[in-house]
Design a binder for this molecule. Structure first.
Ligand code: 4AD
Ligand code: MG
Length: 465
C-alpha cells in the first residue's frame, strides 16, 4: 500500500477507505481500552489521530509507542467524533520502526524554550514551531524563484570560493589546504600561496554580486541564490556567519526602478506566505506574536516610504531634540544602527522605509557616485522588527570613476580586473540588491532571533551540528 501523507489524510472525506500512514508519535493518551496517538509526519502542522484498540494489540506491544517513536499504521479513515479534528484512523496494523526512550528523548510534551531547542538543533525540526518555520522557509524559496522566473530573470550561480572581497569589509573566511603548522614562506617572510590549492589566497564569498554583475551585463536580468559567509564578530539576533542571500542584478535600470523591484519582490514573497502558509502562520501567530498576520498584511498593502539618508538623519536628530534616547549617537556620516532604522520604520513613518544616497565612506566601492561628491546611490530597505532587510545600489558604470574609488578604498585592481572589464566593454547603467534570506524569514515567521529560522546556525564560537 502506498503511504498517505497526513496533510492529505486530514483533508480526505473518503471515509471507510484503508490508508497507510507513517510518522512520529507526538503524544499518546487514552484509557484502559483505547489509546489515542497524535501522529505527525512533517507534511503539515496538524497531527492525525490514530485510535488503537488496546486489547487487539496488547499492552506489551503498545508500550514502546511513546512520544518520538516512528511508526507505520494501516487502518480505516473515519469521521472523527472528537473535538479539534474531522478525521481519524482506526488502526488495523501497526509497525514500530524506531522507539524513543522517554527517559532520554528530550522532546517530551511540555513546552521547551527556544534557547533550549537551539542546543538540540538536530531534533528541533520535530517540534511544531520548527516544522512550521522550515515549511515556511521552503515556501519562501519557491516564491523567490517564481517571482524572478515570471519576470524573465535567470538564476545565475556565482562561486562560493573567491579571490575578491566584494564588500571590501575584510570579513572573509580564508580557504586553504596549506598546513597551518608549517606554512611555506617567501624570501620576505610572507606566506607563499603559490603552493596553496588555488595558487593564490582564496576565501568564502561575502556576496555573489560582482560575478552577478557579469551575468546581468550579458543576460539582462539575473539573480543569485546561495550561501554567503561573513566572519564579522557580531553576536546579535540578526547576524549569522553563514547566511543565504538572493541578489538580483539588472542591466539598464537605475535606482528608482531598483527600489520598485525590491518592494514588489518582498511584497510578492509575503503575499505568497499569507496565501500558502496559512496554517503554519496561524500557529506561530498564536504561539509567539499575535500581531504577526496584521504586520504581514501591512507590508503587502502599503507602499514603502522613500527618503534620503540625509533626510533620515534630520528626522532622527529632531527626535533626539524632542527627548528620544538612542544608545548610539546620530550624526551625518555615521552608519545607522538597528535602533535608528527601527525608529524610522516603527515610530516615525509606521511603514517600511527605503533610505537612499548614503555617505560614500560607509558604503562599498562599486556604488554609483552622486554629483555632490559626498554620497552614493545606495539603497537600504528597512523593515519593522528587523531593521535592514535589503541592501543594494545603482552601480558605478563609469570606468574612470570606479577605478578611482577602488583605489581610494584599497581594492586592488589586479583582483578585480575582470570586474573592471564590464566597464571597459559595453558598460551600461545597472542596479541590484541583496536580500538576506533569513532576515526575510525572521520577518515572515515573527521569530526574533535569526538562529531560529535557519536549521543549523553558524555564529561566532558556534559551528555545532
Ligand atoms: O547589505 P549587504 O552587505 O549587501 C551586499 O552584500 C550587496 N553585495 C548586495 C547587493 O547589492 N547585491 O547584505 C545584503 C543583505 C542585508 O540587507 C541583510 O539582509 C543580509 O544581506 N545580511 C545578513 N543576514 C544575516 N547575517 C548577516 N551577517 C548578514 N549580513 C547581511
Ligand atoms: Mg547592508
Amino acid at each position: 500500500m502506498i503511504r498517505t501523507k497526513v496533510i492529505d489524510a486530514i483533508k480526505s472525506t473518503n471515509f471507510g477507505e484503508k490508508i497507510l500512514l507513517k510518522g512520529w508519535v507526538r503524544t499518546r493518551r487514552g484509557n484502559k481500552n483505547v489509546s489515542f496517538v497524535a501522529l505527525n509526519d512533517g507534511s503539515t502542522i496538524h497531527n492525525i489521530q490514530i485510535v488503537i484498540d488496546n486489547e487487539k494489540f496488547g499492552e506489551e506491544f503498545l508500550k514502546p509507542i511513546t512520544t518520538g517513536a516512528a511508526i507505520a499504521v494501516e487502518g480505516m479513515l473515519v469521521e472523527s467524533q472528537g473535538k479539534g479534528q474531522t478525521v481519524e484512523v482506526q488502526a488495523d496494523t501497526i509497525e514500530i520502526y524506531g522507539t524513543a526512550d522517554p527517559e532520554t528523548y528530550p522532546l517530551q510534551k511540555k513546552g521547551h524554550t527556544l534557547e533550549f531547542l537551539r542546543e538540540i538543533a538536530h531534533l528541533r525540526p520535530r517540534t511544531n514551531t520548527f516544522g512550521a518555520i522550515f515549511r515556511i522557509g521552503h515556501n519562501m524559496e519557491m516564491a523567490i524563484h517564481t517571482f524572478f522566473h515570471e519576470k524573465g530573470f535567470f538564476c545565475f550561480h556565482t562561486p562560493l570560493i573567491t579571490g575578491s572581497d566584494c564588500e571590501g569589509a575584510g570579513q572573509m573566511f580564508q580557504v586553504t589546504t596549506l598546513n597551518l603548522n608549517d606554512l611555506p614562506k617567501d624570501k620576505s617572510g610572507a606566506v607563499d600561496y603559490s603552493t596553496d590549492f588555488f595558487g593564490m589566497p582564496a576565501a568564502l564569498t561575502v556576496s555573489g554580486q560582482l560575478e552577478g554583475e557579469l551575468g546581468a551585463m550579458a543576460l539582462g536580468g539575473i539573480y543569485t541564490f546561495g550561501p554567503t559567509f561573513r566572519a564579522e564578530n557580531s553576536n546579535t539576533p540578526r547576524h549569522l556567519a553563514e547566511f543565504w542571500m538572493i541578489e538580483p542584478e539588472v542591466a539598464f535600470i537605475e535606482i528608482a526602478e531598483n527600489m520598485s523591484l525590491a518592494q514588489e519582490f518582498i511584497q510578492f514573497c509575503v503575499r505568497w506566505a499569507l496565501e500558502k502558509c496559512t496554517d503554519d502562520l496561524n500557529f506561530l501567530a498564536q504561539m509567539y506574536d499575535n500581531e504577526l498576520i496584521e504586520r504581514l498584511h501591512f507590508v503587502v498593502d502599503n507602499d514603502f516610504v522613500r527618503l534620503t539618508y540625509t533626510e533620515g538623519i534630520d528626522i532622527l536628530k529632531k527626535a533626539i531634540e524632542n527627548g528620544r534616547k538612542f544608545d548610539y549617537t546620530v550624526d551625518w556620516g555615521v552608519d545607522l544602527q538597528s535602533e535608528h532604522e527601527r525608529y524610522l520604520v516603527e515610530e516615525h513613518f509606521k511603514k517600511p522605509v527605503i533610505l537612499t544616497d548614503y555617505p560614500k565612506e560607509i558604503k562599498s566601492f562599486y556604488m554609483k557616485q552622486n554629483d555632490d561628491g559626498k554620497t552614493v546611490r545606495a539603497m537600504d530597505v528597512l523593515f519593522p522588527k528587523i531593521g535592514e532587510i535589503i541592501g543594494g545600489s545603482q552601480r558605478e558604470e563609469d570606468f574612470e570613476k570606479l577605478s578611482r574609488r577602488a583605489k581610494e578604498m584599497h581594492v586592488p585592481e589586479k583582483d578585480i580586473w575582470w570586474y573592471m572589464d564590464t566597464r571597459r566593454f559595453g558598460s551600461a547603467p545597472h542596479s541590484g540588491f541583496g536580500l538576506g534570506f533569513e532576515r526575510l524569514l525572521l520577518f515572515v515567521t515573527g521569530m526574533t532571533n535569526i538562529r531560529d529560522v535557519i536549521p543549523f546556525p553558524r555564529t561566532p564560537k558556534n559551528a555545532a551540528f
